[in-house]
Design a protein around this ligand. Structure first.
Ligand code: ZN
Length: 190
């Protein structure tokens, strides 16, 4: 498995519509594995294919954050079939580092998707999982959380991003796994 570079705001792929997957292949499973690896390395709770420069309609989620106790969910061609209630919460995005904002989302969603074995499944999400599902599915349609902010808050978020984006002249960020930063190898990797 490999840790992939993450595309940041300004990279055109983040604004493009993805292509539905028409059959799970070994290549797609490899992409899913790499996306999980990248998400955990970046300490994220969700990652969508456009964020690693890909056009497949696929996203990975693990709201437990902790790889060892994780509940990894891979969703291929996910579709929200039910939304209920409303909840406001703070969001950030691996593609817009250091920028956060409050977003109103449905409090509960039901999503239909295909799993990595090409089987259809249904997942119900509340609280953080609901928010994460909506955020990631938005990515698959070129939409970002900053799009939901009021004009003033969006302006403030983009001003913050202006300070950050100079770090990413290639519009990608290399993810350094936390275990490497801490000067040790992840025991599971050795
Ligand atoms: Zn995001």
């Amino acid at each position: 498995m490999s840790v992939l570079d993450i595309h940041v705001l300004g990279s055109p792929v983040l604004r493009q519509e993805t292509t539905p997957v028409s059959g799970v292949t070994d290549d797609l499973r490899r992409l899913i594995d790499d996306m999980f690896e990248t998400m955990y390395a970046a300490r994220g709770i969700g990652l969508a294919a456009p964020q690693v420069g890909r056009r497949e309609r696929v996203t990975v989620i693990d709201v437990s954050r902790d790889k060892s106790a994780g509940q990894p969910i891979a969703l291929i061609n996910p579709e929200i079939v039910l939304e209920e209630g409303s909840a406001r919460g703070e969001e950030g995005c691996l593609s817009i580092p250091e920028v956060f904002g409050d977003v109103d989302r449905a409090a509960r969603v039901i999503v239909h998707a295909i799993d990595r074995d090409d089987q259809p499944f249904e997942i119900e999400g509340a609280d953080l999982l609901s928010r994460c599902l909506q955020h990631e599915i938005d990515h698959l349609h070129g939409k970002l959380f900053i799009d939901y902010l009021s004009i003033l808050k969006r302006r403030a978020a983009l001003a913050k991003w202006d300070e950050q984006k100079v770090k990413y002249p290639a519009l990608t960020r290399a993810v350094v796994p936390v275990s490497v930063i801490a000067g040790r190898r992840d025991p599971e990797e050795t």
